[in-house]
Design a protein around this ligand. Structure first.
Ligand code: CS2
Length: 476
């Protein structure tokens, strides 16, 4: 065993508090901020905050925040030592300390990678869910918040009281219009507490939207051992990621920002078209491959697209169903973007598990797949392939795979999904029952007979013939 990785020299001064210190944050914001400080300096150290578990603190704390980001390219692995993270706090252990850290005048940005469910919203409507247990808790105990909206509002309230200018709130999650979305959550929460505070936030706080893209599979025990041999130190918190990175950001940072362009970021006036492209082309097919690939017995995305019908499925979905609904983002060649996506999925060094991507489907489907389906139906066409993807999700959350083995279904709505499935017998009724979950499907899609019929037919075929044969039938 080698010595533990540790910081060499002083940590940078903190300018950013980041909520959600998982692998994606480390491979993305931490890497870009490190590049920005190396290129152009600035006090942009990142104090990372875990909203739930102590894992990230236990990994990075003893290393002074330093970790290794390993790029997995076709020609081998490139490790980089990343020093932008200064420390990790665990919010449930001391929520007041987190609010105080966010209220510190040196903090100019609060960024978030808390995943879809961390916004405590209704995925179908995009509104704050006031019945969410963490939101209900935070409204009753605003000084000891648990949720991201609760923490942001508590810290903004403290800054307003102290006469400190607000920080910029930067969502880096895969959600459409993530800036306006987090703004809505924060304002809804603030309104429920104090109208004057809400008005101050409305007038003074900036919430730039972003599009984020880098495939970052969960780090495995094997990765830890391989990286130890590679770097000659034991690192308990490394990340592995693909070479590709794309970060498109609305440039609206009244308190300043790091020189993220040095790490590859693009600054634009409007992110929306890029975000729609990425969510529908990448995440839409990722989720499709996750459900249908898992059911067909494939462990990773690379394994799934190595099976020819699944690669052909992606190409058909892009060409016939997804791209016709995607607006043209500035500077992008959409067909070339999709061709490059398939190459990224094929990268054999990236072992991105279908099970990992299948998680939290109730939170992901609306913006990845259902929006495309709505737009296509509105044009008078039925997107059969994406209806098959929805049926794949339904078959997956049923909890038993094609070999009769149990599936470990992880989803914040797992109980509702189970109850909906248990309340029905026939495939047709199971589909109808799941379509009744309004937080996922809204009230419009379940009423569309063309959509119901296509999902029901695909679901029946998945049950009777299996995933691979159903995909082949769609392609025929
Ligand atoms: C994936 C994404 O886990 C998932 O749901 O689809 O995390 C995907 O890898 C990233 O969005 C790529 O930028």
């Amino acid at each position: 065993m080698h010595d533990r990785l540790k910081r060499d020299g002083d940590a940078p001064k903190v300018g950013i508090v980041h909520l959600g210190p998982g692998a994606f944050f480390r491979a993305f914001i931490a890497v870009c901020t490190d590049a920005a400080m190396t290129a152009s300096g600035g006090d942009w150290g990142i104090l990372a905050v875990s909203l739930k578990s102590p894992t990230a603190r236990d990994q990075l704390g003893p290393q002074g925040g330093v970790f290794t980001a390993v790029e997995l390219g076709p020609d081998g692995e490139t490790p980089r030592t990343i020093g932008s993270v200064t420390d990790v706090l665990v919010a449930p252990e001391d929520p007041a300390a987190v609010v105080a850290a966010m209220a510190d005048p040196t903090v100019k940005i609060v960024s978030l990678t808390v995943t879809e469910k961390g916004y405590c919203h209704n995925p179908a409507t995009g509104k704050l869910n006031l019945d969410h247990p963490d939101i209900a808790h935070d409204l009753a105990a605003p000084d000891a918040p648990r949720s991201a909206p609760g923490m942001i509002v508590a810290a903004l309230e403290a800054r307003r009281a102290a006469g400190t200018p607000p920080f910029t709130v930067l969502s880096c999650d895969n959600l459409p219009s993530n800036g306006p979305l987090v703004r809505g959550m924060v304002l809804d929460f603030a309104h429920a507490r104090d109208a004057a505070l809400a008005a101050w936030i409305d007038d003074n706080v900036s919430f730039p939207a972003t599009m984020v893209d880098r495939i970052t599979p969960a780090t495995t025990g094997e990765d830890l051992d391989r990286i130890e041999t590679m770097i000659g130190f034991r690192d308990e918190g490394p990340v592995v990621h693909e070479p590709f990175i794309q970060w498109v950001i609305e440039d609206d940072f009244p308190q300043g920002r790091p020189d993220w362009a040095a790490g590859g970021a693009q600054f634009v006036n409007s992110v929306e078209a890029h975000e729609t492209m990425k969510l529908r082309c990448l995440n839409g097919t990722h989720s499709t491959l996750a459900y249908l690939g898992y059911l067909a017995g494939h462990q990773t995305i690379a394994d799934t697209v190595a099976d020819a019908p699944f690669a052909a499925l992606c190409q058909r979905l892009w060409r016939d169903e997804i791209l016709p609904t995607v607006p043209q983002p500035e500077g992008e060649d959409l067909p070339a973007y999709c061709t490059a996506l398939l190459e990224r999925y094929r990268n054999p060094a990236i072992r991105h598990r279908t099970w990992q991507i299948a998680m939290d489907g109730s939170q992901k489907l609306p913006q990845r797949i259902l929006g495309t389906i709505r737009d296509t139906l509105a044009e008078g066409r039925v997107p059969e392939g994406l209806c098959l993807a929805v049926a794949g999700w339904m078959r997956y959350v049923g909890g038993v795979d094609e070999n009769g083995e149990e599936i470990d279904v992880r989803d914040p709505l797992a109980k509702e999904l189970r109850a909906a499935l248990d309340a029905a017998d026939s495939p047709k009724d199971k589909v109808a029952s799941l379509l009744g979950i309004e937080a996922v499907f809204g009230d419009d899609l379940p009423r569309d007979q063309r959509f119901r019929d296509a999902v029901t037919a695909a679901y029946r075929s998945l049950v009777a013939n299996g995933s691979r044969a159903t995909v082949e039938a769609y392609l025929a």
